[in-house]
Design a protein around this ligand. Structure first.
Ligand code: CA
Length: 243
């Protein structure tokens, strides 16, 4: 059974989430503060598969919580609940390490679909499935090696310059998607649709934010990218062996 941690201080909403997620067959734990969530997730026996994290919390807000989790090496898939009409919140959430977001007020069926999406993508990554017929097998399972670097999908790690960079689920998914389309320009819209499953009109700047972060791991000099290239007017292109 998949376990979900809900971090939400509005009791009414939190209990509604618990009731509905339990009805979907999930095991649910609710905490009201970011501090409680951090303590719970830091415990060695923290059994949890997905976190639903509200931004507006007493004490530490959702952004601080997700940043702390990622800094501590905790890469559990996390969906943030942000306020509607604040694209900055969404970008801030992604920049802090969130895997997905939903704006309040939201439709429960959408929340459940997003949670399922996060769990499914995590399973795909861990199992190395999701193979596409036109994709060389070494790009789907195990580590993909390029230019003295290595991207391990299963472990969500990038090895470069003698360092190991842990990736969030979404960072790994974005990098994986670009690698699968090596040499071809990939549009921001296509990434949003295929990596996040978002067909709505979403602010595509969120993608740029991911690329900025990925370049810090992948590129020897992030200001002079040689692998994650900008394709003007379109999006991005991956190349494993720089010319
Ligand atoms: Ca709240």
């Amino acid at each position: 059974m998949n376990r979900i941690l809900v971090v939400e201080d509005e009791k009414h909403l939190a209990e509604g989430l618990r009731y509905n997620l339990e009805a979907e067959g999930y095991e649910v734990r609710v905490v009201e503060t970011g501090e409680a969530a951090l303590a719970l997730l830091a415990a060695p026996d923290a059994a949890c598969d997905v976190v639903v994290l509200d931004v507006m919390l007493p004490g530490k807000d959702g952004f601080e919580v997700i940043s702390e989790l990622r800094r501590a090496g905790q890469f559990i898939p996390t969906l943030m609940l942000t306020a509607r009409g604040h694209p900055d919140d969404i970008l801030h959430g992604f920049a802090s390490g969130a895997d997905d977001y939903l704006t309040k007020p939201f439709d429960l069926s959408i929340l459940i679909a997003r949670i399922r999406g996060l769990l499914r993508r995590r399973e795909w990554l861990l199992a190395g499935l999701e193979s596409k017929p036109d994709t060389p097998p070494e790009r789907d399972t195990g580590a993909f090696k390029f230019d003295g670097k290595s991207f391990d999908y299963g472990k969500l790690e990038l090895h470069a310059r003698g360092q190991v960079f842990p990736l969030t689920l979404m960072e790994a998914n974005v990098l994986r998607y670009l690698i699968q389309h090596e040499g071809k320009p990939v549009s921001r819209k296509s990434m949003l649709e295929n990596v996040w499953g978002l067909h709505e009109d979403t602010d595509t700047r969120a993608i740029d934010n991911f690329i900025v972060r990925l370049r810090r791991y992948v590129e020897d000099d992030p200001t002079k990218p040689r692998h994650l290239l900008t394709v003007r007017g379109v999006g991005y292109r991956f190349q494993s062996a720089p010319a």
